[in-house]
Design a protein around this ligand. Structure first.
Ligand code: IPE
Ligand code: MG
Length: 227
C-alpha cells in the first residue's frame, strides 16, 4: 500500500493526512476482494524498515491502525473474514495495539469467508531467519531440510504461495515483502497512489492477472496435440 506520503504532498498536507486517507481504500479493497471471491488477501501495512521513519509518523501509524482495526472489527467479522497479523514481534509495538490485534484474530478465527493477513512490523528476511532458528531448535537434521519442511516453520504455514502482488504508486520494488512466498508471484505496479486506489482499480488488476500465462518455469503442453 504505497503512495500515502506523495498523495498528501500533492495537496500540501502533512504525510499523516495521506495515511488517514488510506483507510477508505483499505476497506474498499477488502470488500472488493471478498466480493470477487479472493480467498486470501494480504495488506502490507508496516515493514520492519518503517521503524526508521520519524517517531511522530510511526506513532501516528500505530494509533491509526489501532483505530481502524477497532472501528472495522464488527464489519470484518460480519463479512466472515478471518483476520491475521503477520509480524508483530518488535517490543516497540504498543501493548494496547498488540491486544487489539490478538482480540480481532480470536474473534474471527473460525470465519471462512476470506483470510485477511495484515502484515504489520513485517519483514520477509526476518521470517526466513526465524524459520531457520525454529528448524535448528527443533533439532531437524540438515538432510531433512527441504523446501516443504522449511516452509512449515514460517509464520502461518497454511498461507498459500502469493499469486499476485499489487504495489501502488508506481514504485517497482519488493521491499522485503513475504520473500519466500512471492517466489512465483505475478506483479502489477499501478501508478495510482494508494489513497486514490479503489475497487475498480483492484478489479482491473485481477483482470490483468487472469490474462497472464503462468508457467512456473515449465513449458506449456502443445494446445493442438501436434508432434
Ligand atoms: C505507504 O505510503 C504507507 C506506509 C508505509 C505505512 P508511504 O508512506 O510509503 O508513502 P510515500 O511512499 O512516501 O508516498
Ligand atoms: Mg512509500
Amino acid at each position: 500500500m504505497d503512495g500515502n506520503g506523495r498523495w498528501a504532498a500533492q495537496r500540501s498536507l502533512p504525510r499523516t493526512s495521506g495515511h488517514r486517507a488510506a483507510e477508505t481504500t483499505v476497506i474498499d479493497v477488502i470488500e472488493a476482494a471478498r466480493a470477487a471471491g479472493v480467498g486470501w488477501l494480504s495488506l502490507y501495512a508496516f515493514s520492519t524498515e518503517n521503524w526508521r521513519r520519524p517517531s511522530s509518523e510511526v506513532d501516528f501509524l500505530m494509533q491509526l491502525v489501532r483505530r481502524v482495526v477497532r472501528k472495522h472489527a464488527p464489519l470484518l467479522h460480519a463479512r466472515g473474514i478471518r483476520c491475521r497479523f503477520l509480524g508483530m514481534t518488535d517490543p516497540r509495538i504498543p501493548a494496547e495495539l498488540a491486544q487489539d490485534f490478538t482480540d480481532l484474530m480470536t474473534l474471527t478465527s473460525d470465519n471462512r469467508g476470506m483470510t485477511l493477513t495484515i502484515a504489520f512490523d513485517h519483514g520477509g528476511r526476518r521470517d526466513i531467519v526465524e524459520a531457520a532458528r525454529s528448524l535448528i531448535r527443533a533439532g531437524v537434521p540438515a538432510e531433512a531440510v527441504t523446501e516443504q519442511s522449511f516452509a512449515a516453520h514460517l509464520p502461518f504455514p497454511d498461507t498459500p504461495d502469493v499469486d499476485l502482488v499489487i504495489r501502488t504508486s508506481g514504485e517497482q520494488r519488493i521491499s522485503n515483502f513475504m520473500l519466500w512466498q512471492v517466489a512465483y508471484a505475478e506483479w502489477i505496479f499501478p501508478r495510482v497512489l494508494w489513497p486514490d486506489f479503489r475497487a475498480p482499480h483492484f478489479l482491473e488488476c485481477l483482470h490483468t492477472y487472469q490474462q497472464r500465462e503462468r508457467r512456473f518455469g515449465d513449458v506449456l503442453p502443445k494446445q493442438n496435440g501436434g508432434s
